[in-house]
Design a protein around this ligand. Structure first.
Ligand code: ADP
Ligand code: ADP
Length: 240
């Protein structure tokens, strides 16, 4: 992934991302740190085209996706796995069904009225979803309702749902901000394992520097929309 002078200015004039030029190789696990409002979330949202960058270029899988629209945006999103601080699961569906939702073309809120969706899927699709749950360590919870799980378990369901898309890059926007320290560690370990076993780049937005230095092989610091650091964890520790 490569951005060149990428900027995002919201309609109200807020310059959330300012001239960001970053190249991220497939073998990188990158932590993006910065205080609230620094532009971390806006940067990730540009990468999966939840929002459209205002200027600059954003190259993903060899294509400039800055200006793509319609069907092409859906193709981009398919290749980009993303999780958020909030897990956005469908509460009434089971864990396995929530993972299957990741393979569908509708937004998960479309399914919030459904009691069960499992009959719409083939045996192969169910097995693939089950494998994603195995990879995040919660296959034993497959048939429980999503809203009976702890926060850390729900975040792992969200990770499995993103994995079901077979993403080529994984983005996590404050994935541990609402979790207790132990669950936070389990979720970060899960992201690291995905990075290593699937060999895909992972970008994680984090509030706190301690997790960034423990997990990131590269730390990008943002302030007022700009990249102000781009270093290895040891360099950051030396600076402090
Ligand atoms: P972070 O993820 O680092 O907290 P954000 O990307 O959420 O930062 O926000 C960067 C800046 O953009 C903040 O000033 C925020 O208030 C602003 N912002 C975020 N989303 C919008 C929006 N949809 N419209 C206007 N301003 C926004
Ligand atoms: P999240 O945890 O999903 O990042 P936020 O509270 O940062 O939640 O943002 C929720 C929504 O509000 C996002 O779509 C974001 O773009 C938008 N938003 C954030 N800050 C502003 C702002 N200053 N003005 C308008 N919209 C904003």
């Amino acid at each position: 992934m490569r951005t060149t002078a990428l900027s995002k200015v919201y309609p109200n004039g807020t310059r959330a991302v300012s001239n960001v030029s970053l190249t991220i190789a497939p073998n990188e696990f990158v932590s993006i740190i910065g205080s609230s409002g620094a532009g971390k979330s806006s940067l990730l949202r540009c990468i999966n085209r939840l929002i459209r960058p205002t200027s600059g270029t954003l190259e993903l899988f060899g294509t400039d996706i800055t200006a793509v629209s319609g069907k092409q945006i859906r193709q981009v999103r398919q290749k980009v796995g993303m999780i958020f601080q909030q897990f956005h699961l469908v509460r009434r569906l089971t864990v396995l069904e929530n993972v299957l939702v990741g393979r569908l073309r509708f937004n998960s809120s479309f399914y919030s009225h459904c009691c069960s969706i499992i009959r719409h899927f083939s045996k192969d699709e169910k097995e693939a979803a089950f494998e994603c749950l195995q990879q995040v360590g919660i296959a034993h919870l497959a048939f429980q309702r999503a809203d009976t799980l702890s926060g850390g378990q729900q975040q792992r369901v969200a990770i499995a749902r993103a994995l079901a898309q077979e993403p080529e890059i994984f983005l996590a926007d404050e994935p541990i901000a609402s979790l207790d320290p132990h669950s936070a560690e389990v979720v970060m370990d899960t992201l690291m394992e995905i990075h290593e076993t699937r060999n895909i780049p992972v970008l994680v937005n984090l509030h706190h520097i301690d997790f960034a230095t423990r997990y990131g092989k590269r730390i990008v610091g943002m302030r007022h929309g700009e990249v102000i650091h781009d270093v290895s964890p040891s360099a950051l520790t030396d600076e402090m």
